[in-house]
Design a protein around this ligand. Structure first.
Ligand code: BGC
Length: 718
């Protein structure tokens, strides 16, 4: 695109205050169409004649800004008057907030120094065919806005009494045009509203508002106040054992809001930041709080819900709800680990383990296409993939199972939605990742050496470690094989010569089998079977089952083993054990957190322990979706909706429900690119009743019986 606009910025330093840029203009002719093309260095909120130009928020979103910056185009025809004023306020957002919060790096210091700026064009088409462009340049004015502070971790401070008195000419900024790309991802929007459920007065004398649900977004307050009255709010996810406010687990993120009221009835919410929270604490509040003064506005990428999961057990239904909320709370332009503490980064491992469930729950094709391009853009010269994307930890080395996101995610997005383009676009990056491992390992055909996260948060971790006991080289090599295998399949789909990688794959498998004749942990067994590396997968799965029983019928896995454990059990004749783990309510289990009151998925199986103590303040997010990956087992095994590799996008489907009588019934559906698939089973007096509807030809297996059916709705009994 040809840009007339110049990048502009504030002409002098104003510290943390957010600048507002302004343009006044008049139109005398009849306008056929008016558009605002806009982007910013930071996050912006644009108002035309006092009205927001769109429902999108926190735009232009988060990309690998040094290489890619999205611009948006909004139709503003309806907002135009004869005299017009456009005002654009810019906050630091992801562009220059001090991220990550828990350590100082040279790259963070570099990003913090970046200026805030705007690039915008108002494109007017008149009915008489004349066209005019009003573009940002030195004629635009800027001033200090009423947003006196705004950062991602620390929150926002808005002084509604502040009046911008000094307007100065904007400075033209030398910044790249090459990085500009049209909006690629799903825009970030205000998607839902959650009303306040309860006003709590805690034993410590605090006043809290409970929204009853952990969300990501911000609170909106409506109150009548006097000019200068102050509102001051902190955010928290859970209460402590005594029922008091708690947010030590946000670590250095202050997650604070301050608002100085103006006179009269008013409504306010922060504009350029967000929080992860269920509770807010009113540190200062000028009037008697009432529930209807508070709303939680839920903000996430505009992804469409495509999956449903329901069953007869209310606790399991709460788990399903937690999984969906966990996804919404962390799919804010980038798949993040968590939305609350001084982190909120695009951790590749978390995204990778959850992508399959994510792609059934919601339509995330566009969301991931964009993020994958950022991944490719931020891929290091040697092919390494950073721990987070956008790569805000460039000093950190790549880890197995994290960097493998480069291969696993495009493959899953291709399988779920059937669009080969994602493979074409990502293939070079996928290949570079596999080649990176080949070049980085200290032992050919294994992945030895390097720094890895291992089976992160595995329950078999030695005291004092976050990493489970599975051998790092074992996991790394297993993923090396897995990614190489996917690369081969992907290459074949798009007609690439992959013979070299086929040879590599055979060698990795051979080397793996030789190096690891025994499996020492649950996760090692799981990977060996799930990645089809074990010579005897049935025996390995049987050994796994035995081991789980010996471990007290408990899961000992972390981020790496957990997503696959139930799949392996169900596939290899241990479906009853899979259900036993799935339905277990004591620690450690998925339902333990439900019993402890979770409304999203926790980072730790024991984020809040049986006795009410917290796991630790240091690494204890209550909205970390990774373990929610269990949803894909529910779709694929419990309900039996199987995505076939030779029928991407569910162009054909296999349905093989695996019921268990500890549930009376279960139902799952997915709205696929080829129509809606639904599978439901129910225990009745004279057997199990199955209701299955398929929009495509399907192979249906009920018990031992297999049949091929045409699109339609079916009822079977077993
Ligand atoms: C994040 C994780 C992430 C991990 C890497 C944590 O701080 O929150 O979810 O994957 O670091 O080990």
């Amino acid at each position: 695109m040809e840009w007339k606009a110049k990048w502009i910025t504030n002409s002098n330093e104003i510290g943390d205050v957010c600048p507002v840029f302004r343009k006044d203009w008049a139109v005398s002719e009849r306008v056929a169409k008016a558009e605002l093309v806009i982007t910013a260095l930071g996050v912006y909120e644009a108002f035309l004649n006092g009205q927001r130009v769109s429902q999108d928020v926190l735009m232009p979103g988060w990309t690998a800004y040094d290489k890619r910056l999205q611009y948006q185009i909004y139709d503003i025809t309806e907002l135009l008057h004869s005299e017009n004023r456009l005002e654009i306020t810019v906050g630091k957002g992801w562009f220059s907030s001090p991220m990550p919060g828990w350590m100082d790096t040279a790259d963070k210091a570099r990003r913090e120094k970046r200026p805030r700026g705007v690039l915008a064009e108002i494109r007017l088409s008149f009915e008489n065919d004349r066209e005019e462009v009003i573009a940002t340049d030195a004629s635009w004015l800027w001033g200090e806005s009423r947003i006196r502070f705004s950062e991602l971790y620390d929150g926002e401070f808005c002084d509604a009494c502040f009046v911008t008195e000094k307007w100065e000419q904007a400075a033209v900024l030398d910044w790249s045009y090459e990085i500009l790309i049209p909006q690629e991802g799903e825009p970030i929007c205000e998607m839902e509203c959650v009303s306040a459920k309860e006003i709590i007065r805690t034993p410590a004398g605090e006043v809290l508002i409970d929204f009853g649900q952990e969300v990501t977004g911000y609170v909106e307050i409506s109150l009548a106040a006097k000019a200068g009255d102050m509102v001051s709010i902190l955010h928290g996810e859970v209460l402590d054992k005594a029922g008091n406010f708690y947010n030590e687990n946000y670590r250095s993120a202050k997650a604070a809001l301050t608002y100085i009221c103006r006179d009269g009835q008013q409504r306010w919410h922060p504009e350029l930041t967000f929080f992860g929270f269920r509770y807010i604490k009113l540190e200062e509040y000028p009037v008697e709080p009432a529930l209807d003064q508070f709303k939680a506005i839920v903000v996430y990428s505009r992804i469409r819900k495509t999956g449903t999961l329901k069953c007869s057990n209310p606790k399991v239904n709460q788990l399903f709800s937690n999984i969906f909320w966990g996804q919404k709370g962390n799919y804010l332009d980038v798949p993040t680990d968590c939305p609350q503490r001084d982190e909120r980064l695009g951790w590749t491992g978390d995204a990778q383990v959850f992508v399959k469930a994510a792609s059934y729950n919601y339509d995330v094709e566009r969301f991931f296409r964009k993020w994958m391009r950022d991944m490719a853009a931020d891929q290091r010269e040697n092919g390494a993939i950073g721990q987070v994307i956008p790569d805000y930890l460039p000093e950190g080395g790549p880890s197995s199972a994290w960097g493998d996101a480069a291969v696993i995610i495009p493959w899953q997005i291709y399988l779920t939605y059937g669009n080969r383009k994602v493979l074409k676009d990502q293939f070079a990056s996928m290949k570079k990742w596999v080649d990176y491992i080949t070049s980085a390992t200290t032992t050919p055909y294994l992945w030895t050496g390097g720094e890895h996260f291992g089976d992160w948060l595995g329950l078999d971790a030695p005291i004092g470690s976050y990493k489970g006991s599975s051998r790092e080289d074992f996991i790394a090599t297993a993923y090396y094989a897995y990614s190489t295998g996917i690369l081969i399949k992907a290459g074949k789909v798009i007609g690439q010569d992959v013979s070299e990688y086929e040879k590599l794959y055979r060698n990795i498998v051979k080397a793996f089998r030789k190096a690891y004749p025994e499996y020492k942990t649950q996760t090692e067994h799981i990977l060996a079977v799930h990645f089809r590396l074990a010579e005897d997968p049935q025996k390995t799965a049987d050994d796994l089952a035995e081991r789980i029983l010996a471990d007290g019928c408990q899961i000992r896995t972390g981020f790496v083993g957990t997503p696959y454990i139930l799949h392996v059990l169900s596939e290899f004749g241990h479906n009853d054990l899979a259900y036993a783990l799935f339905l277990r309510e004591e620690y450690p289990s998925w339902l333990f957190s439900v019993r402890q009151g979770a409304t999203t998925i926790w980072e730790h199986w024991d984020g809040i322990m049986e006795n009410g103590d917290f796991w630790s303040p240091d690494m204890n997010s209550f909205n970390h979706y990774a373990y929610g990956a269990v949803a894909d087992w529910v779709y694929e095994k419990a309900a039996g909706i199987c995505l076939l590799e030779d029928a991407p996008g569910f162009s054909r489907v296999r349905i093989h429900p695996m019921p268990d009588k500890r549930l009376d019934w279960l139902e799952a559906s997915i709205e696929t690119r080829n129509g809606k698939i639904r599978s439901c089973w129910k225990y009745e007096d004279h057997g199990i009743r199955y209701e299955i509807s398929v929009p495509v030809e399907a192979e249906i297996q009920i018990g031992q019986k297999v049949m091929i059916v045409k699109p339609g709705e079916y009822i079977f009994w077993d």
